[in-house]
Ligand binder design. Structure first.
Ligand SMILES: Nc1nc2c([nH]c(=O)n2[C@H]2C[C@H](O)[C@@H](COP(=O)(O)OP(=O)(O)OP(=O)(O)O)O2)c(=O)[nH]1
Length: 146
């Protein structure tokens, strides 16, 4: 067992405004399609600060109440391990402004479910919409909820 395997920390945030959800249509060549905005936790940065910064960079909005609702891990094509911290935010200030990451759109939940999602992003969505359990762990390929 390799106990020194490097892990990249990332975050992703569902921003809600009444019945609308902000989605990012990523133009990333490796993982294109509809997801929520988010990105990497930088060295020496707190989890809270990283999600606020990434959302600001990708949407122009400053989120006020990011709430951690789940964590997943996955391995990319190079067998590099990632952890993704899932957040929900319902309060924000600022004006929507897209970045080079992709186009931003407000969708209803139904529109989101039928949109061209990024590969396997549909596996993550239950974590954001489950009202009964506040914290989830999505584990690797099995995508089981604990
Ligand atoms: N690349 C990739 N990212 C994924 C997958 N699944 C998944 O949840 N993610 C998450 C991890 C990150 O939160 C986000 C991708 O962020 P990114 O790699 O585009 O990072 P970024 O450019 O937005 O961040 P940064 O470089 O600006 O810091 O999506 C996947 O299969 N591939």
């Amino acid at each position: 067992m390799n106990r020194t395997e490097p892990v990249t920390l990332t975050n992703m945030c569902m921003i809600k405004n009444k019945d609308k959800i902000l989605v990012l249509n990523r133009n990333d060549p490796v993982w294109p399609g509809i997801t929520f905005p988010g990105g990497h936790v930088e060295a020496h940065e707190s989890f809270h600060d990283s999600v606020v910064r990434e959302i600001k960079e990708e949407t122009g909005l400053t989120i006020k109440n990011p709430r951690l609702v789940g964590v997943k891990q996955f391995y990319d094509n190079n067998q590099h391990r990632y952890l993704v911290f899932f957040y929900i935010a319902t309060e924000y200030t600022g004006k929507l402004q897209a970045s080079s990451e992709g186009e931003l759109t407000w969708l209803t939940k139904e529109e989101l479910l039928y949109s061209p999602l990024a590969y396997n992003f549909d596996h993550d969505l239950p974590v954001y919409f489950d009202k009964n359990i506040s914290e989830h762990l999505l584990d690797g390929e099995r995508d089981e909820l604990f």
